[in-house]
Design a protein around this ligand. Structure first.
Ligand code: AMP
Length: 511
């Protein structure tokens, strides 16, 4: 069944319910949103040939059009390809070439970056809020496309450890399964609540669209198009019953703001956090300042938002019972998912033992776009290999110990060292490089590059080089010049040793 039915159901049941808001204003009701999206689907089909099986890319900061483009694409039976607005034009170009969308919607702000990305000739670029965009709504609305559960709904590009992004093929069936599990295990959402999109719709916040559309929440886009603490508190107050996704670093900033301004979170229903580890001290402080209004989920692009969860109620019960082990966990398997822990050979481990987290169920994607080898490696036997390390206890609570060692999560964004290493290795003076993440109180982790380079190489020239090659947020914050990199007997660089050494140096500098 087409995901667009979730919106249509709400439009029929409660058509006057606000569907999309900008700042404190309602822009469209559900009836209007569905009507606009159905007409836009007509434009997508007749102007660009967006039939079932085709793709529609979106390169925009959060803005209201995002939601009607998504719904229109599904209505037409095609799949969305939301692309991180902060990527470098080279990275954008690679994804557009790989996904081969029929059309790419851009905002005014990102139009130049997309032009520089040099999209394939088969992809038309249309800027939102222009005459050309408005013209797409002039076509007659087609009937909603019939699509099966295996039809592609969202091509979700995650950076791959091989340095190239991989497109997780999220189907209509995957998002529907996640939607059911969300309402049972993650959060209770009353009709006519608000969902605040302060995190990117291309990633963290975007997956929340289907469960919230299903019950008739209003999708509120901040005027700033992003995350601003003062604005978030104002929007909570203005809308009331606000739900939102926030990465742990965002939660920390909200708590700091609340303390500084003497606020307690009026209008907030739930913050669902995830995407990176939440430290216990930060969670307890958030409870103290905002009340028991936090829920956690653990998922990844390959099983969107849907592996384990710890609801608000469970947070409260665990805190009152002094069960800090539960607060430190990522909760238990969501209702549609089985979770197991395995060693490197895939043998199942017993409770308490640390190994790789595996997941299986209808939320797990069938594979990666045009990458059968990665599909076979990651979910070939039906079980998703998450690359995260963790342990299950006797009750089924999952504690994440570490993630696959090389992924760096800084400010909620995933940064794969290999991508940064490959960029640095194209600099003529760089001989060897290893990029690691070091703990950072503000960002969770920060990127540090350990470099073996020709004498006299300066950090600022490497920084300038990175700016030309990769997204700004992936650049190393620090360069450490070394004579050689520590290696194992097999010649593999020992990242853990590097991390430990840098952490020891930082500790002795601090003491
Ligand atoms: P992505 O595919 O970009 O959504 O990133 C998914 C990764 O983020 C997971 O594989 C984990 O390493 C990490 N992650 C997601 N949720 C949590 C969580 N609740 N606690 C700790 N790490 C998480």
């Amino acid at each position: 069944m087409n995901l667009a039915h979730l919106f249509l159901r709400t439009a029929r049941r409660d058509g006057e319910a606000p569907a999309v808001g900008l700042g404190t204003r309602t822009l469209w009701t559900y009836r209007q949103l569905v009507d606009r999206a159905a007409r836009l689907a007509g434009g997508l089909r007749s102007r660009f040939g967006c039939e079932p099986g085709e793709r529609v890319a979106i390169v925009m900061e959060n803005r209201p059009e995002y939601l009607e483009i998504e719904l229109a694409t599904w209505w037409a039976g095609a799949a969305i390809v939301p692309i991180n607005a902060k990527l470098h034009p080279k990275e954008l170009g690679w994804i557009l070439g790989h996904a081969e969308p029929r059309v790419c919607f851009v905002s005014e702000k990102l139009a130049d970056a997309v032009a520089e990305a040099d999209p394939p000739a088969s992809c038309r670029v249309v800027e939102a809020a222009t005459v050309e965009y408005a013209d797409l709504f002039e076509e007659a609305a087609p009937a909603m496309a019939e699509v099966g559960p295996d039809a592609l709904a969202w091509l979700f590009y995650t950076s791959g450890t091989t340095g190239r992004p991989k497109g997780a093929m999220i189907t209509h069936g995957n998002l529907r399964a996640m939607t059911y599990a969300y309402h049972i295990d993650v959060d209770e959402v009353a009709p006519r609540s608000a969902l605040l999109h302060a995190a990117p719709l291309s990633h963290g916040s975007g997956c929340y669209v289907s469960p919230h559309a299903a019950v008739g929440s209003c999708h509120v886009v901040p005027e700033t198009g992003g995350f601003d603490e003062a604005e978030v508190f104002e929007l909570w107050r203005a809308w009331g019953r606000v739900h939102m996704f926030a990465a742990p670093t965002m939660v920390k900033r909200l708590v700091r703001h609340a303390k500084a301004k003497g606020l307690a979170g009026e209008g907030l229903a739930t913050i669902v956090y995830g995407g990176a580890p939440m430290y216990l001290a930060d969670l307890e402080e958030a409870h103290g300042v905002l009340g028991f209004r936090l829920a956690q989920l653990y998922g990844q692009g390959e099983s969107p938002m849907c592996i384990t969860a710890l609801s608000r109620r469970e947070h409260e019960a665990a805190a009152r019972a002094g069960r800090r082990d539960i607060l430190q966990s990522a909760g238990t398997a969501q209702i549609v998912v089985e979770v197991a822990i395995a060693d490197e050979e895939g043998r199942r481990l017993s409770p308490g033992a640390v190994g790789e987290v595996l997941a299986r169920g209808p939320s797990v994607v069938p594979g990666y776009w045009r990458d059968p080898e990665a599909t076979r490696r990651t979910m070939g036997d039906g079980w998703l290999r998450t690359g995260d390390l963790g342990a299950l206890d006797e009750q089924g609570y999952l504690t994440l110990k570490d993630r696959s060692k090389d992924l760096i999560i800084s400010g909620g964004a995933n940064i794969y060292p290999r991508e940064v290493e490959e960029a640095l290795l194209t600099h003529p003076k760089v001989k060897e490089v290893s990029v690691v993440g070091l703990p950072d109180p503000e960002w969770g982790e920060r990127v540090v590059a350990c470099v073996v380079a020709e004498p006299g190489t300066r950090a600022d020239e490497l920084d300038a080089h990175c700016l030309r090659e990769i997204a700004r947020f992936k650049r190393p914050r620090r360069y450490v010049f070394l004579d050689s990199l520590p290696k194992s007997a097999y010649g593999k660089i020992l990242k853990r040793e590097l991390r430990d050494r840098l952490a020891r140096e930082a500790a002795s500098e601090g003491s």
